[in-house]
Structure formats: C-alpha cells, structure tokens
Design a protein around this ligand. Structure first.
Ligand SMILES: C[S@@+](CC[C@H](N)C(=O)[O-])C[C@H]1O[C@@H](n2cnc3c(N)ncnc32)[C@H](O)[C@@H]1O
Length: 322
C-alpha cells in the first residue's frame, strides 16, 4: 500500500468514527457572530491552526478548499462568501465527503444565513484540482500538505499555484519540525497520516513554497504543536513539532528574492530627520517599520549601527511588500 492509500484509509475511518483532538491544538475553532458550528463538525476539527483570516475575506472570494475534513473551515469560509459554489471543497475520500455533506446539512439547520449550495463538495485530490487555471481567489488547506512526501508536496503546491488567479492567496496551516524527522519515523505511514511524522523544517517548507513561484509569504502564527517523546519514538532527544499558519501570494518573485514577512520591524536610531534606503523604505527616527526578512538581513548587515531590527513575532498581516 502506498502512503497516500494508507492516509486515505485512515481518513475514511476517522470520517466514520470521529477522533476528537486528532490534529487540533487546544483551542476552540474560530467563532464568528451568528455562526453556530455543529458539535459533530467540531469533533471532526482535524486542522492544526486556522486558514480563515476574517479581516481579509472581503468581496466574497471564491475559495478552493483542499481536504474538506468535517467541513468546519468550508463553513467558516462560506460565512464570508454567501453564494452558490463560492467554496469548492475537494477530498478523495468518499466517507469524508459524505460526513462533510451531513455536517453541512446540520449547519444549514442551525444557521439561518447558510445554504448548503454555498459549499460545492467534489471528488478530487491535491495533485489534480478539478478547476481551471487562474480561476480562484484563495486555495486553502489545513493539516494536509504535511502528510505529503517532499516531491508530492511540491506537486501539490504547483497545483495550487496553477489554479490561483494572479495575486491570489494560498492559505495554509501545517505542522513543521524543529529539526529533520528521522527516516524511521518519516517512513511510518500511519504516523505520517496522523500528521506526526511527515513535517519538514520551517526553512524547507518556506523554500518549497517559493520554489513554485510564490513571491510573498506572510506568517500568521507559529506555535508548539506536538512533542515526539524520545522514548516513545526512539529518538536521541525529544522533538518538538510546531504548527505554522501562512499566507502565500501569487505575485512575481522580486529580482533579489521572495519577501517573507515574519513580523520583524526596522527602527532607525540615527539623528537624521529620516532614513531612505533608496529601495522603497523610508524610516522616521524611532518609529518601527515592518520589513520582510530579506530587508531585515540587508539592514543588519550594512547599517547596523543606526538600525535596530526587532525579532520575528511570527505574526504579520500587513499586506506590505518590499
Ligand atoms: C488532517 S485532515 C484535515 C481536514 C480539514 N482540513 C480540517 O481542518 O479539519 C486531512 C484531510 O485531507 C484529506 N485528504 C487525504 N489525502 C488527500 C489528498 N491526496 N488530496 C486531498 N485531500 C486529501 C483527508 O480525507 C482529510 O479530509
């Protein structure tokens, strides 16, 4: 059996018998005024963060949701896009599609604003998205791409890039690993399906996103996710997994490299009335300016005396660009 078949079998099982707490971190799912999440849907919250960023969902965006799970985030996206097929949610696992459809029917009974026609559930997988090139505003996936082996991850990222409109956004939440996961765990298909052993490091994850052409990436959250205990998992030391929420923009990669925003700021500490780097950054003394990691690195290297660079907060939603 391939690891993808093992994953499909696993998700067929947890579609029929929900496994509470399978992937989610201990927090209630995003609550919104007038949104009631059915309890069965909540039990099937198999996401490790959130891909729904409420302040940016204006103008009823079209969303392609990859790996529907119990339908929780499809419902949350539909809150912002209330028209037929606004959310196209795909999943290769029949039982998962069936569970999501049932949960969304219950959601329609509990939420007067919601109509099941808003979410169009289709058979499909991350490597063959059933929509045309450049046709959706957002592609979202939560806790799925980490299951994929690296080359398959790249295939899935390329496919997301293909279907996004120019300027469109790939909104993801995935576990990442604080150091490379040893091969014996990577090869454990069941742990991989459970989102425990397929994670790659932050640097590799971001690099793979850039490699398929995304010119800007913004980190929205980075938090502890799970600890792989050294005894249980036969490791030389405990291994911490984190969960990373990110938004990647389908914009051209600048000549000097992609812009990755992790919440750093630059603060000019000199005595001139302002500092102009001649590259679009004008800083007033003492006032922090959000900068991407590339600009932060340039500033630290060249003009560190009068420039303070603050640490990554792992939260940025400024929509800025260098
Ligand atoms: C960890 S669950 C996440 C579900 C959902 N995103 C959530 O946040 O609750 C992974 C989901 O991806 C689906 N899946 C498995 N293999 C897939 C593939 N190759 N392409 C798309 N979806 C897949 C599973 O059936 C399951 O619904």
């Amino acid at each position: 059996m391939t690891y993808l078949e093992t994953a499909a079998n696993f998700y067929s099982e947890v579609a029929q018998t929900p496994e509470i707490g399978l992937c989610c971190v201990q927090s209630t799912p995003l609550q919104l005024p007038g949104l009631k999440i059915p309890s069965k849907m909540q039990e099937m919250n198999y996401g490790c963060g959130t891909t729904v960023h409420p302040t940016e969902l204006i103008n009823q965006p079209t969303v392609l949701y990859v790996g529907v799970g119990g339908g929780l985030e499809a419902l949350q996206f539909a809150y912002f896009s209330r028209h037929p097929s606004a959310i196209i949610a795909i999943d290769p696992v029949y039982e998962m599609r069936k569970a999501a459809k049932n949960n969304l029917k219950i959601a329609a009974q509990e939420n007067p604003w919601f109509n099941t026609s808003f979410v169009d559930i289709r058979e499909g997988d991350a490597f063959n998205l059933p929509v045309a090139d450049a046709s959706v505003d957002i592609v979202a996936q939560n806790c799925l791409f980490n299951i994929f082996e690296p080359e398959d991850l790249t295939r899935a990222l390329k496919e997301a890039y293909r279907v996004l409109k120019p300027g469109g956004r790939l909104q993801m939440s995935d576990p990442i690993s604080t150091r490379p996961i040893p091969i014996h765990l990577q090869q454990d298909q069941h742990l991989r399906a459970m989102c425990l052993s397929g994670a790659i490091t932050y640097n590799e994850y971001i690099q793979r996103i850039i490699n398929v052409g995304f010119g800007q990436v913004e980190i929205r959250a980075r938090r502890p996710y799970r600890l792989l205990n050294s005894q249980t998992y036969k490791l030389s030391g405990h291994l911490l997994l984190e969960s990373l929420d990110s938004v990647s923009f389908k914009v051209p990669i600048p000549n000097d490299g992609a812009c990755i925003f992790t919440g750093k700021t630059a603060i000019y500490a000199g005595s001139d009335t302002y500092f102009d780097d001649g590259d679009g950054h004008i800083l007033q003394p003492g006032i922090p300016l959000s900068v991407c990691d590339k600009t932060a690195a340039k500033f630290s290297k060249n003009i560190s005396k009068n420039m303070i660079i603050t640490d990554s907060t792992w939260y940025y939603d400024g929509g800025g660009c260098c």
